[in-house]
Design a binder for this molecule. Structure first.
Ligand SMILES: NC(=O)c1ccc[n+]([C@@H]2O[C@H](COP(=O)([O-])OP(=O)(O)OC[C@H]3O[C@@H](n4cnc5c(N)ncnc54)[C@H](OP(=O)(O)O)[C@@H]3O)[C@@H](O)[C@H]2O)c1
Length: 298
């Protein structure tokens, strides 16, 4: 089979043998691979990089089940995270596999970013205003729409270009701004994926009792703030990772998200590249050209 490895930060196609599922795993014939921002950091070796095949979020059809697996069978559509995911075939733990409804379009089961947005909104309480950074990205696109569905009145979407601002407005943001624009209002919640100077400036935009939820750091810079400043308005800064959420909780959110997508209440903005163009897809994300979810079609 074909698989993709990363050597010195460059993605390359290699030939590899089809993996055998362990007793608690399923072997999946991959139909789509979701690219998450973390994949860029894995490729560069900033996050731990297992060799040889790039890890990743996969969607596909079960080819074979391990000896201990009773609740899944060959032929079912599933999605999950594979330690060697950038490949035509990959194994995932059966206990972490989500069943994908048959009528869901290819790639729409790739929901790491959707689940992350659900998680962030679940940690947000019931705000009347929210600031979403990296708002045109995968997580951001879901977060805007979920915030709207949740009835949040003021949704301030921050992104890096005019074109992205039009896009975030179309998704439901009430205010679509550039990071450098002056924000003349306060927010109960800020979802921060950027860090550095952007996050440090945004902290001052928290309303009394407001919370900044830190879930990424694309600026690759520390956020230097004086924590004493949080005292005056009873503000909080908390961290958040989807990887600490139980499978049962994620399953509930997964069902909700796929229901909303199938009912046409949640758009799934998806840009696809052929499997062989994985490098181009990474370059586009790194060049800040993409919007919504990016996936490879196998
Ligand atoms: N904590 C968690 O559980 C969790 C889970 C998934 C993702 N994340 C984090 O969430 C953030 C967004 O992830 P994603 O998968 O939604 O990303 P994505 O779709 O690849 O989008 C990344 C966004 O970041 C913005 N950005 C700012 N600086 C950038 C840079 N130097 N290079 C590339 N993009 C840059 C880009 O928009 P602009 O050009 O408009 O700024 C882009 O829309 C990342 O920091 C990721 O690590 C966290």
């Amino acid at each position: 089979m074909q698989a993709i490895t990363a050597t010195n930060s460059v993605l390359e196609i290699i030939s590899s043998s089809i993996p055998l599922p362990q007793p608690d795993e399923v072997l999946v014939r991959t139909t789509a691979i979701g690219i998450n921002y973390a994949d860029l950091l894995i490729r560069k070796g900033i996050y731990p990089k297992p060799q040889p095949v790039m890890p990743g979020e996969i969607e596909g059809v079960i080819e074979q089940v391990g000896g201990n697996v009773k609740h899944l069978q060959a032929g079912q559509r599933v999605t999950g995270y594979a330690t060697e995911g950038y490949a035509e075939y990959a194994t995932i733990p059966a206990s972490q596999a989500f069943l994908v409804p048959d009528d869901l379009p290819t790639g729409n089961g790739l929901l790491v970013q959707g689940l992350t947005a659900q998680h962030l909104l679940s940690q947000s309480g019931a705000p009347s205003s929210i600031i979403i950074t990296a708002a045109a990205g995968g997580v951001g696109s879901f977060a805007i729409q979920l915030a709207k569905l949740k009835g949040i009145k003021t949704i301030i979407a921050l992104s890096g270009s005019k074109e992205k601002q039009q896009y975030t407005s179309a998704l439901g943001a009430t205010h679509s701004l550039h990071y450098n624009d002056v924000i003349d209002m306060e927010a109960n919640v800020i979802l921060d994926a950027i860090g550095g100077g952007t996050a440090a400036t945004l902290v001052a935009k928290l309303a009394p009792h407001g919370t900044m939820i830190v879930y990424g750091g694309t600026a690759m810079q520390p956020t230097n703030i004086n924590v004493q400043q949080l005292m005056y308005r009873s503000n909080k800064i908390i961290g958040s990772t989807i990887y600490a959420v139980s499978f049962e909780q994620k399953q509930q959110w997964f069902n909700e998200l796929t229901r909303l997508v199938r009912e046409g209440k949640l758009a799934f903005p998806l840009t696809t590249y052929p499997f062989a163009d994985a490098a181009k897809a990474h370059q586009a994300i790194e060049g800040r050209e993409t919007r919504g979810k990016v996936a490879l079609i196998v």
